[in-house]
Design a protein around this ligand. Structure first.
Ligand SMILES: Nc1ncnc2c1ncn2[C@@H]1O[C@H](COP(=O)(O)OP(=O)(O)OP(=O)(O)O)[C@@H](O)[C@H]1O
Ligand SMILES: *[C@@H]1O[C@H](CO)[C@@H](O)[C@H](O)[C@H]1NC(C)=O
Ligand SMILES: *[C@@H]1O[C@H](CO)[C@@H](O)[C@H](O)[C@H]1NC(C)=O
Ligand SMILES: *[C@@H]1O[C@H](CO)[C@@H](O)[C@H](O)[C@H]1NC(C)=O
Ligand SMILES: *[C@@H]1O[C@H](CO)[C@@H](O)[C@H](O)[C@H]1NC(C)=O
Ligand SMILES: *[C@@H]1O[C@H](CO)[C@@H](O)[C@H](O)[C@H]1NC(C)=O
Length: 464
C-alpha cells in the first residue's frame, strides 16, 4: 500500500485544501469574516454544489461536540485545517474506545480487494490486518448512484467525491457516538484514503434466515429489539433509522449489527396538532399524539413498526415452538399495532427468551418417551445421517433441544430416527445440540459424547 497510498493521501489533501478554501469563499459571500481569496477555477464550481457541501458539513458539526469535556470545534474556525482536524478527531476517537485505534499502517493485503457489499453511497471491501485479523473497509463508492448523480449534475468529480465523503464522515461520527453490541464496531480510520475500518461481518441474508432454525431467527429479532431500545434513549437522544431495511445490517458471529448509519435522525418532530404526527406506511398509517409541541415517541414508533414489517413478520411466527405461540402472537400484535413502547416490547422478548430457556414450555411432553431409549455414555456415532427441516447442519439432522427428553420426543416424531447423540455443544441461548441418526449409524467410543438408542430398533442391549 506504500506509494500509491501516499499518493492517494497527497491527492486527498490537495482536494481537501481546495474544498476548504471553497467553503471559505462561499462563507465570504454570506458576509462572514474574509479569510482568503479564491482562484478563478474554484470560483467556477457551481454555487448549488458549494451550498450542498456546506449543508453536509453543518450536519456533522453538532455531532462533534456533544460532551462538554471534549474540545470544541467551533463552527467559526474555518481554516484550511478544519477538515483534517475533524477527521483526525473522529479517527482517533475518544478515550472511551478500548485498545489502540488502527491506522492504515496496520493493514496488509489490500491488493486482494474482495467486495463485501456496496450501496448508493459506500463500498465495503475485505482487508486483513497485520496480525491476521480480518476487517471491513468502508469507502466512498465511486461507481455508486450518489457519485453518479452528482457528477452528472455538476461534472466536478473531485468536489462530488468530497460531497459523498461527508456521508461517510457523518457515519463515522455516529458509529462512535452510538457504540453498542448491536452496532458495528469501529476499529479505526484512515484519513488520506478516507476509509473507515470496521469489524467484518456478512451481509444479512433474509432468504437464508428464513430457512434457519427458529432459535436463530428469534435471536435476530431479539438483537434488533435490544438495538431499538438503545436507540430510543441513546447519547444523541431518540434516534430514528430513516432507511430501515435488512441491507443496513450485517451478522458478526451470529449477532445482528447495524452498519449503515448515514441516514438517521435524532430530531424530535415538532407539531401543532395530532394531525402533524402521522406515521405513514404503505399498509398502515398511525397517528401519534402531539404533546407540548412534539410528536411523542415518533422516532421510537417508526423504528418499531419497521422492525415489525421487515423482520418480525418474516422471522418470528414461522415454526415457533407450539407452546410459546401465545407469547409470540402477543408480541406480533402489540408491535404490529404499536400498542407497546420499546421498553414493554423488550420485556416481552425477554420473557419469551426466559420461557424458551427454562424449558417450562416442555413440561407437558410425555415423560415416558425417554424410557424408550438406552443411554450409552462416552459413546459417539458416525454415519446414519438424514436430513431434517431447519437443521443446523446441511449434511445431517442437527437440532437444538432443551433436554434429552425433548430430543427423545423429536426422535420419536421422525420415522428415520433410531438414535441421537448429545455432545455438550450448545447454541447461543444455551440449548443442547442434538445429532439425530438413522439405524445405519455406527457407534464408536467417544469420551465427550452420549448416545441414546431407541430400544425397539435393537433386539438386545447394543454392544460396541
Ligand atoms: N462491516 C461490514 N462487513 C461486511 N459487510 C458490510 C459491512 N458493512 C457494510 N457491509 C455491506 O456493504 C453494503 C453497503 O454498505 P452501506 O449500507 O453502509 O452502504 P450504503 O451506500 O449506505 O448502502 P445503501 O444504498 O443500502 O444505503 C451493506 O449493504 C452491507 O451488505
Ligand atoms: C483579494 O482580492 C482583492 C481584490 O479582489 C485584493 O484587493 C486583495 O488584496 C486580495 N487578498 C488577498 C489576501 O490576496
Ligand atoms: C395513509 O394516509 C394517506 C394520506 O392521508 C392516504 O392517502 C392513505 O390511503 C393512507 N393509507 C392507509 C393504509 O390508510
Ligand atoms: C391484533 O389483534 C386484533 C384483535 O384480535 C386484530 O383485529 C388485529 O388484526 C391484530 N393485529 C395484528 C397486526 O396482528
Ligand atoms: C425505558 O427504559 C429506559 C432505560 O432502560 C428508561 O430510561 C426510560 O425512561 C424507559 N421509558 C419508559 C417510557 O418507561
Ligand atoms: C467425539 O465427539 C466430538 C463431538 O461430536 C467430536 O468433535 C470428536 O471428533 C469425536 N472424537 C472422536 C475420536 O471421534
Amino acid at each position: 500500500m506504500g506509494n500509491s497510498l501516499r499518493a492517494a493521501a497527497l491527492l486527498a489533501f490537495v482536494v481537501l485544501s481546495i474544498l476548504v478554501s471553497l467553503l471559505i469563499s462561499s462563507v465570504q459571500q454570506f458576509g462572514a469574516r474574509v479569510v482568503s481569496n479564491v482562484t478563478r477555477s474554484e470560483q467556477q464550481l457551481p454555487e448549488a454544489l458549494i451550498s450542498q457541501l456546506i449543508e453536509r458539513r453543518k450536519e456533522i458539526v453538532p455531532l462533534l461536540f456533544l460532551n462538554e469535556d471534549e474540545d470544541h470545534f467551533s463552527d467559526q474556525s474555518l481554516d484550511s485545517t478544519w477538515d483534517y482536524r475533524v477527521w483526525d478527531k473522529i479517527a482517533r476517537g475518544s478515550s472511551r474506545a478500548p485498545g489502540a485505534e488502527l491506522g492504515c499502517d496496520s493493514l496488509v493485503d489490500m491488493q486482494a480487494l474482495e467486495v463485501l457489499g456496496s450501496g448508493y453511497t459506500k463500498l465495503v471491501v475485505k482487508a486483513n490486518l497485520a496480525g491476521g485479523l480480518a476487517v471491513a473497509l468502508k469507502l466512498v463508492n465511486e461507481q455508486g448512484i450518489d457519485m453518479g448523480k452528482c457528477v452528472e449534475e455538476f461534472n466536478e468529480p473531485e468536489a462530488c467525491r468530497q460531497l459523498v465523503a461527508y456521508k461517510l464522515k457523518k457515519e463515522m461520527v455516529l458509529l462512535k457516538r452510538l457504540q453498542h453490541p448491536n452496532v458495528i464496531g469501529v476499529r479505526g480510520a484512515e484519513g488520506g484514503r478516507l476509509a473507515v475500518i470496521l469489524e467484518q461481518g456478512t451481509p444479512l441474508q433474509m432468504i437464508q434466515l428464513l430457512q434457519s432454525p427458529w432459535e436463530d431467527r428469534f435471536r435476530v429479532c431479539l438483537d434488533l429489539v435490544h438495538l431499538l431500545h438503545f436507540l430510543s434513549s441513546s447519547p444523541l437522544g431518540s434516534v430514528a433509522l430513516l432507511d430501515f431495511q435488512p441491507r443496513q445490517f450485517v451478522m458478526v458471529s451470529g449477532t445482528l449489527k447495524l452498519t449503515d448509519l448515514d441516514d438517521v435522525s435524532a430530531e424530535p418532530t415538532q407539531c401543532q396538532t395530532n394531525a402533524d404526527c402521522t406515521l405513514f406506511f404503505p399498509q398502515r398509517n398511525f397517528s401519534i399524539p402531539c404533546v407540548r409541541g412534539l410528536c411523542e415517541g415518533l422516532n421510537q414508533k417508526r423504528n418499531m413498526y419497521n422492525a415489525y414489517r421487515y423482520f418480525f413478520t418474516y422471522l418470528l411466527p414461522h415454526q415457533a415452538p407450539p407452546t410459546l405461540t401465545h407469547l409470540v402472537d402477543h408480541i406480533m400484535n402489540s408491535t404490529g399495532e404499536l400498542k407497546s413502547d420499546i421498553n414493554e416490547t423488550l420485556q416481552a422478548f425477554e420473557e419469551l427468551l426466559a420461557q424458551y430457556q427454562s424449558g417450562a414450555h416442555l413440561d407437558n411432553l410425555p415423560a415416558f418417551e425417554l424410557s424408550d431409549y438406552w443411554l450409552l455414555q462416552h459413546v459417539g456415532a458416525s454415519g446414519g445421517q438424514y436430513r431434517c427441516w431447519l437443521s443446523y447442519s446441511a449434511q445431517g439432522c442437527v437440532l437444538s433441544v432443551h433436554s434429552p427428553r425433548e430430543a427423545a420426543h423429536i426422535c420419536n416424531s421422525h420415522s428415520q430416527c433410531s438414535s441421537f447423540s448429545l455432545t455438550g455443544q450448545r447454541t447461543w441461548s444455551g440449548r443442547l445440540l442434538a445429532f439425530f441418526r438413522s439405524s445405519s449409524a455406527q457407534l464408536i467410543p467417544n469420551g465427550t459424547s452420549d448416545v441414546y438408542v431407541k430400544k425397539n430398533t435393537v433386539s438386545d442391549t447394543p454392544s460396541l
